[in-house]
Design a protein around this ligand. Structure first.
Ligand SMILES: C[S@@+](CC[C@H](N)C(=O)[O-])C[C@H]1O[C@@H](n2cnc3c(N)ncnc32)[C@H](O)[C@@H]1O
Length: 265
């Protein structure tokens, strides 16, 4: 993926993305319609910990971590996303340093300087994941945690197809790792095209282990039953896009999020 297209794309859609997505400022989120940190408890005690969020977008997770007592830092490749993050941090009265950087190069940060590295729904854009994982390993302290969430490889390769009157998930080819493109469209006509790579669960697993991480958990959270929830309960979901609410019956048949919890031994 060219760094340029991701950066340009996110600069273009940042404003609409932030307007159209409801992202919690009270819970760390692990992606759309999935439980957040308050329920999953993956990060352990964050108080006083040095935490780096890579691909932080509008900075919501880094801001929540700061509210919980962590010394958090965020980085993102898009200037517009970081501009939003800085404004949001000021509005929320927290001090979080935000950097415009590519997560493949963390040379801004010293070796063994973080207790936790976190990423939510940004890894799929990265061309050289080996480089990014090696950088995360380098900046983590011994015993440090690397927790990341991304689109589950089934959802990533899936699309809704019709079989007679029924609508079902169709998986095109789970093993096709070629570059693929996807678009984000907004009603105001803004369209951004992204290029990414599909990776299987084993690809992530193998790369983490080859980098030196010990994998402690792989989670495939069942999406919330949006139809059974009250409006108040829905409001507490840490990350929601309106399109999921419309098609809740389909979205909850496969995991939309996959989360890895890995540790530097
Ligand atoms: C779907 S958004 C998620 C942002 C944020 N984590 C959230 O959940 O709202 C993906 C983010 O990844 C960022 N990104 C993509 N590739 C990146 C890279 N190589 N290094 C740093 N950030 C990257 C994009 O600019 C975008 O802000």
């Amino acid at each position: 993926m060219s760094e340029m297209s991701t950066r340009k794309g996110w600069n273009l859609i940042s404003r609409r993305y932030q307007e159209k997505t409801r992202i919690s400022l009270e819970d760390v989120h692990y992606g759309p319609i999935s439980p957040g940190e308050l329920e999953l408890k993956l990060l352990e005690d964050v108080k006083g910990k040095d935490v780096l969020e890579i691909g932080c977008g509008g900075g919501q997770n880094a801001i929540v971590l700061s509210k919980w007592g962590a010394k958090s830092v965020g980085l993102d490749i898009s200037e517009e996303q970081i501009r939003y993050a800085r404004k949001l941090a000021a509005k929320e009265s927290v001090k979080v340093p935000f950097f415009v950087r590519n997560m493949e190069d963390l040379s801004e940060f010293r070796n063994v300087s973080f207790d936790i590295v976190l990423s939510s729904f940004a890894i799929g854009y990265v061309e050289n994941l080996k480089e990014a994982f090696e950088e995360v390993f380098r900046v983590l302290r011994r015993g440090g945690l690397f927790v990341f969430a991304d689109v589950h490889p089934l959802a990533d390769r899936g699309r809704v197809v019709r079989r007679g009157k029924r609508r079902i998930w169709g998986i095109s080819n789970y093993f096709d790792r070629r570059r693929h493109t996807w678009t984000w469209k907004f009603e105001d006509g803004k369209v951004a095209k992204f290029i990414g790579r599909h990776r299987t669960i084993q690809d992530f697993f193998d790369l983490l282990v080859a980098t030196g991480f010990v994998i402690e958990k792989i989670l495939e959270p069942e999406p919330y039953s949006l139809n059974k929830m009250s409006e108040d309960e829905r409001k507490r979901i840490p990350y929601v896009e309106l399109r999921f609410i419309k098609n809740f019956d389909l979205w909850k048949r496969i995991p939309f999020t996959i989360i890895f919890k890995a540790r530097k031994p």
